[in-house]
Design a binder for this molecule. Sequence first.
Ligand code: NAD
Length: 354
Amino acid sequence: MPDRLRFALFGSGDFGPQFASYINECAEVVAICDPSSEARKRFSEQTGMKVASFSDPQTLLDSVDIDAVAIASPNFTHHPIAVAAARAGKHVYCEKAMANSVPECWEMVRECQQARVKLMVGHKRRLRPPWARMIELREALGKPLAITSCAYFDARPYDHQGWWTVREQCGGLLPVIGVHIVDWMRALCGDVVTVRALAAPQVDGRYDFPDTLHVSLLFASGAIASLNVSLVYSLLKFREAGGPHIVFENGAARFVPSMDYLDLFWQHRSDSSVTHERFDDLGFQHAYRQEMGDFVNWVVDGTEPCLTWREGLRCVEVMEAAHRSAEAGGAVINLPLYPELERPAASDASESLE
Ligand SMILES: NC(=O)c1ccc[n+]([C@@H]2O[C@H](COP(=O)([O-])OP(=O)(O)OC[C@H]3O[C@@H](n4cnc5c(N)ncnc54)[C@H](O)[C@@H]3O)[C@@H](O)[C@H]2O)c1
């Protein structure tokens, strides 16, 4: 193992160049891959990094000496790149959403298991201190019993084009808006056992999937949650949307996100006043550093990381179930969605991956 792990970064669009600087804090990006020559050029202009640059994933894997890959390319490319990287013996850090279907996720897990390489999916929301603080409130307020999160926002300024608008490529509405909150809800309440969803009539014809969806979740703990998402709500921006209300056994919490700060209000049932905590730091840097730092330590010395592939797979499962439910007019869908893939060896997989 070299002093610093050598990474190849796949995808140098919007997110890849930002993420590269976090990789470089604890490891080293030595190559990038993006089929777009413009994106590759923009990468070196934005980051100032001079690294080997490829248009084809397999050519990179065949020709550069790397220890790990970081996948920040479109969702539909996560599965083939992760599988190719595992077959080449490289550790895999993959951005959310892990893949576009649960069977693809399992294949990624099994390939990494076979190659005895690590597989982590980046779900930063639960790691951002303001969002992590709500999870920590369980200590003061008891078990979470119910959550409502309304993530309605106006997607027009984000100018979604190409793969973000095609279900086969992005995975549908929830990977666009909802994926982070689903994972955070799982971090708070545990595994989901039942999913139900309904779609509203569509407004924005750019997307080939419904643009407003209401999702109901039942957790194994008995907690319930509703996650309502929309891309066509003109009053809020992405960062302002989705602040949850939480009913705890012994109190309540309310989270109000704004563009530049986040407000958390909470109260124990026996308190006479409400506690207000304001977070001026939105917590992105902390989260990216923690996940990448943990991934590197996991590879280097096996230290238990904050996230593995499990969070990624379970999140895809909830999203796939919700889309399936909405297509069936709100049918109740029980998890696991693919019981035949939940072979006991899931724990064997964890032995080599965790
Ligand atoms: N965790 C986070 O906070 C966060 C934030 C933004 C995006 N993301 C994730 O990062 C990924 C990329 O999102 P984005 O907004 O940067 O998308 P984007 O469309 O801006 O960029 C994707 C880039 O990947 C390139 N690409 C396409 N096919 C490829 C392939 N086979 N190999 C390598 N590169 C390929 C495209 O040419 C493009 O330059 C998505 O999975 C998204 O969910 C995560």
